[in-house]
Design a protein around this ligand. Structure first.
Ligand code: NAD
Ligand code: DAU
Length: 356
């Protein structure tokens, strides 16, 4: 079976490529534009695998994508390419509109033209899997409720609005043109190779650098955390066994306040890499102005994917976070150049600065 993974040089996409390539019956093409978030170093474990290849391309380039689909005889497209950071979408929504909305429209066009030309047997097996987020459902109150597949969309940020728009386009291409699509909406991922603009890797690396650990507002916002390798397994199931036209919620059943996440990282580092002078890393916690439009709480009801596709996470939050902290301690070769050359941890998305 031949997969095209878009955004495969990013955090989740690289986990998907590493996971799929472990199966010798699969061939994986990773199509990535290599934006600031794309990093071929994340593919190092598979870069010489017989069943892996990289294609440097933009999902907005319909002709290039079509050529790759035909060249590599693709059976399943897994579309992860996106701008993914909420704070960057506040500072500059333009690239989010371009990649997440226009890019999804363009890759749908490429996929449709390719799919229409397939012989009947391969046509019925083809899937376009769009990888989306729980943020499309918007803001949950602190005291209850969970996102199910039928929850109405109510995005709050330019990022989540652009992902919501892309989900609607994917469904429309199924209803209108018959393209066999599946969708998944997942909660917050964490784990190895996570770009250090996101909360967990940012806090680990700021702590190691003895820099302040920025907690937005009072740190009371709640996220539902999932270890990235569990998400990769879920995505394989959705892509290969999901029912066309359906969506699947994926989540870790691990709700935590941001403050408790940061404190847990500090406690892990206190044991693994004690600070000179003996103080706790908790002393570096710094409460800063809140994110505009900050959703209070996300929580995923993942019972459908468990029931229909037999998925459950392997890691709980404590085991997954310990693995993640250990990975960052052991892999400075990966994150050192990012912190030095691309992003040193400065505050993003603090206030509206106009549109890109
Ligand atoms: P990421 O920012 O780490 O990686 C995105 C990748 O897409 C990068 O490699 C980048 O170079 C590539 N890319 C960007 N624009 C492109 C374009 N026009 N053409 C080709 N490639 C392009 O993102 P991530 O955290 O790995 O998220 C991947 C997907 O999963 C996104 O669609 C995101 O919305 C979704 N998602 C993320 C999370 C999460 O917690 N990170 C949770 C649920 C869903
Ligand atoms: O829910 C899925 C989403 O999770 C994905 O769709 C997004 O691509 C992904 O980036 C993530 O979005 P969040 O905004 O939830 O993740 P982030 O790591 O940016 O922030 C997590 C929480 O921590 C959020 O409530 C904001 C807060 N935060 C974040 C940063 C970067 C802080 O308190 N301090 C920080 O410095």
């Amino acid at each position: 079976m031949n997969f095209l993974v878009t955004g495969g040089a990013g955090f989740i996409g690289s986990a998907v490529c590493r996971h799929l390539c472990a199966n010798p019956a699969y061939r994986v093409t990773n199509l990535d534009k290599l934006t600031y978030a794309g990093n071929l170093a994340s593919l190092r474990p598979i870069e010489n695998a017989h069943n892996y290849r990289f294609a440097h391309a933009d999902i907005c380039d319909e002709r290039a994508v079509l050529d790759i689909l035909r060249r590599d005889d693709i059976d399943i497209v897994m579309n992860l390419a996106a701008e993914s950071h909420v704070d960057r979408s506040i500072d500059g929504p333009g690239t989010f509109i371009e990649t997440n909305i226009v890019g999804t429209y363009r890759i749908l066009n490429s996929a449709l033209e390719y799919w229409r030309g397939l012989p009947e047997e391969r046509k019925s097996r083809f899937r376009f899997h769009h990888v989306s987020t729980d943020e499309v459902f918007g803001d949950l109150p602190f005291d209850g409720g969970m996102f199910v597949e039928e929850t109405p969309y109510a995005p709050s940020s330019p990022y989540s609005a652009s992902k919501a728009a892309s989900d609607h386009l994917v469904r429309a291409w199924h209803e209108t043109y018959g393209l066999p699509v599946v969708l998944s909406n997942c909660s917050n991922n964490y784990g190895p190779y996570h770009f250090p603009e996101k909360l967990i890797p940012l806090v680990i690396l700021n702590a190691l650098d003895e820099k302040p650990l920025p907690v937005y507002g009072a740190g009371a916002n709640v996220r539902d955390w999932l270890f990235v390798e569990d998400h990769a397994r879920a995505l394989e199931l959705v892509a290969t066994k999901g029912t066309p036209g359906e969506s699947y919620n994926v989540g870790g059943n691990s709700e935590r306040t941001n403050l408790s996440v940061v404190e847990t990282i500090c406690d892990l580092l206190d044991i693994r890499r004690p600070r000179a002078g003996g103080k706790s890393y908790r002393d570096l916690i710094s409460f800063v102005t809140d994110r505009p439009g900050h959703d209070r709480r996300y929580a995923i009801d993942a019972s459908k994917i468990g029931r229909d596709l037999g998925w459950a996470p392997n890691e709980n939050f404590d085991s997954g976070l310990a693995r993640t902290v250990d990975w960052f301690l052991d892999n400075k070769w990966w994150w050192g150049p990012i912190r030095e050359q691309h992003y040193a941890g400065e505050r993003l998305g603090e206030a509206r600065k106009g549109v890109a």
